[in-house]
Design a protein around this ligand. Sequence first.
Ligand SMILES: [Zn+2]
Length: 379
Amino acid sequence: MGDHISKDEFSATDVRKDDISEDRAEEAAKRAAKKTVKKEPKHGGKGNAAVHRMWTAVWMLLCAVLLIQIWGLNQRIEVLKERMDRLARIAAQQQDRLEELTEGPGQDGAHGTNGAPGEDGRTDAAQVSGQGIVGSQGFDQNGQKNGPGGQASASREPDAAHKVYLTFDDGPSANTDEILDILDRYGVKATFFVVGREGSQAEDALRRIVEEGHTLGMHSYTHDYDQIYESVESFAEDFEKARDYLYEVTGVESTVYRFPGGSSNAVSHIDMREFAEYLDSQEIRFFDWNISSGDGGSFLVPVEMLIENCTATIKDHGTSVVLMHDGTAKSTTLEALPEIIETIQAMEDTVLLPITDETSVVQHIQWKSEGQEASDYNR
Ligand SMILES: [Zn+2]
């Protein structure tokens, strides 16, 4: 029987049914198995493999899509978190503002000046043109004699006989990150008067300034004296551009300004009081300085001199606004910063603070008309 079974008719099932000898059955089974193996690739096999591959591809594609979606969601969450933070900050700012308004009159007296107009007020331009190193003494002569009594009455700033405000002009720069690292290391908050620098690196620096609790101040958009001081209109245009840009990037509305060259600059042909009035109309307070590091010039000031300039006269002031520069070329400012901070932190009854609404202004010019409540700050 088995002998007659042709290859084609034979199957493993048949073998089990029939009484053929075991090795025949084995042989037949092998053949059958071969046939099945052979058959598969011949007919449905290739198709199956292709289908299999297709499914694998589909699954992989699905997985990839899912991963991308998850990644996208994560990004979105990050963005939302950032937005929440910004909103929280804006809310806090508005809360502060509201509190100020409800606290009634007297608070507005912050717009005084701390001294007579400085005859020798150095300007950035003057420093660049090589007038030499400007020591802190240069601005002591500006008559910044405000004592501890010169601070806002309802101050939430910590009490201390000497309040020191480190300020960095002209950033962001390639040095901003390192300045922020140093400030962070010492737990110090400072104030950055920035210009309109665009690009992702600058924007990251601006956001970091805000996120780490420093004060973001304006220092014009273009820092172009001729353009800014050409007229009140062009000043206003530059100011709005700076304010809007910072708000766009950081979500913070800056409320402090530093004039390029200071309010005592010798560059503007228009009376600086006009620009001061304009800023006041925009509810912006401007800050000059009463201590200069001297790093505004075109050459590098030695580290030791910077430390001396920044710290020697702090004891003479209730409020010290220290002028420094955040510029790529200012490498010695970076080198000196740790010791400047250490020296100030070692001083008795002295605190390092960022400029806030409570900070007494330090201004080189007197611009409020007579009778306005600026007298508190002329003590
Ligand atoms: Zn400047």
